[in-house]
Design a protein around this ligand. Structure first.
Ligand SMILES: *Cc1c(COP(=O)(O)O)cnc(C)c1O
Length: 386
């Protein structure tokens, strides 16, 4: 059996090495390292893939979120509602822009922002909602867009973990994650579902005027050379990363399918175990049917009951199985983001999830032997220790 990795970037690279190497070599040949033709080409190809009018490439997913917010007319002190259970980048940029983050609880089944909690958190100062499509599954965008419309709020999708996922509305209409809100951000960090070989990110929007503002903001607020109309940043996707991404984009659907296949194999082994909740209970289709592409399993995350999670993590690691706890501390308890307004009883789900979750190896190269070994090791440990 091959060594098990949390993410197998090398195995994935080896299968497309010729194309990737040739794409990178082309950048080296032309020396257009910044804003080379590869960046524009990738931008166009991603717009087509997503079915969105504008993709604005930038340096990383955190910048993408920040720039997306800079493009909206938000003022210091405006409140922005986001999920308590996510990677810190989401809340970090809100705070950095001197907006007021308002963290709310999540749904125990989807792990995504809780719609009722959003409604409760709205005040006259609320200006935006940032749903995070956590672990590769789209938040309840239909309900979120309805709330936003009723209260005149912006919706900024943090799509760092769900590129290629599809969202299905109640009338059957489908849309790509990241194309439903007013603006969305994504990350091309190497371990993301569409990862480059360094840092990268992008912003998506269907709004022409917003796209124009964003294209200036990523480039020092310049719309005309050496004319600085707004305060911007320097945030570029470099040509080598764009070349890698353009070589990988045609494989994204296959990659996401491989992740779903791995998730299905995991689910089959775990679904009837009394101490384990598999990542289902997901509203519409449970995310793992053959024809469904609603879940892209950036992470495969179980909930454990009556299991010593730390001991399981240690046991897995001792058996050559890496695993992760995403995320071990709710954001409202992080030193940087504590706020007197938060009450523990407002976060029953995140406070519970941080104790229960464990994420198993998930990537495009997992094979049946590896999954068999991982599931058997998890189940044997739980059966003999609980
Ligand atoms: C990875 C990630 C980010 C940040 O992306 P970077 O490219 O690492 O800056 C933001 N939000 C979420 C939910 C992420 O998973």
């Amino acid at each position: 059996m091959k060594n098990i990795q949390m993410v197998d970037l090398k195995g994935q690279y080896q299968k497309i090495k010729d194309v990737v190497d040739a794409s990178i070599a082309q950048v080296l040949d032309t020396t257009a390292y910044i804003n080379g033709p590869q960046v524009h080409q990738f931008q166009k190809n991603l717009e087509t893939y997503l079915g969105v009018k504008h993709v604005i490439p930038c340096a990383n997913g955190t910048d993408a979120l920040q720039i997306a917010m800079m493009g909206l007319d938000l003022k210091p002190g405006d409140e922005v509602i986001t999920a308590d259970f996510t990677f810190a980048a989401t809340v970090e940029v809100i705070a950095l822009l001197q907006l007021t983050p308002v963290l709310v609880d999540v749904d125990p089944n989807s792990f995504n922002i809780d719609v009722e909690a959003i409604k409760k958190a709205i005040t006259p100062k609320t200006k935006a909602i940032v749903p995070v499509h956590l672990f590769g599954y789209c938040a309840n965008m239909e309900a979120i867009m309805e709330i936003a419309e009723a209260h005149n709020l912006y919706v900024i999708e943090d799509n760092a973990q769900a590129i290629g996922a599809t969202y299905t509305f109640s009338d059957g209409r489908k849309a790509q994650a990241g194309t439903i809100g007013h603006v969305a951000s994504t990350s091309f960090f190497p371990s993301k579902n569409l990862g480059c070989y360094g840092d990268g990110g992008a912003i998506f929007t269907n709004d022409d005027a917003l796209a124009h503002r964003l294209r200036g903001i990523v480039n020092h607020g310049m719309y005309e050379r050496y004319h600085h109309d707004v305060v911007g940043v320097n945030s570029r996707l470099d040509s080598i990363q764009a070349a890698v991404l353009d070589a990988k984009l045609p494989h994204l659907d296959t990659y996401n399918q491989a992740r779903r296949n791995a998730a299905r194999a995991y689910n089959a082994a775990f679904k009837d175990h009394k101490n384990i909740t598999i990542p289902s209970g997901i509203d519409t289709c449970k995310g793992i049917c053959d024809t469904c592409d609603c879940h892209v399993f950036h992470q495969y995350t179980l909930k454990l009951k009556g299991v010593d999670r730390d001991a399981l993590v240690k046991h897995l690691n001792e058996n050559g199985i890496p695993c992760g706890v995403y995320y071990p501390i709710p954001l409202h308890l992080q030193k940087a983001y504590k706020d007197a307004r938060y009450k523990e009883e407002d976060f029953p789900v995140t406070n519970q999830l941080v104790k229960e979750v464990i994420s198993l190896p998930m990537h495009t190269e997992l094979d049946a032997d590896q999954i068999e070994f991982i599931t058997a090791t998890v189940i044997n440990f739980i059966n003999s220790n609980s």
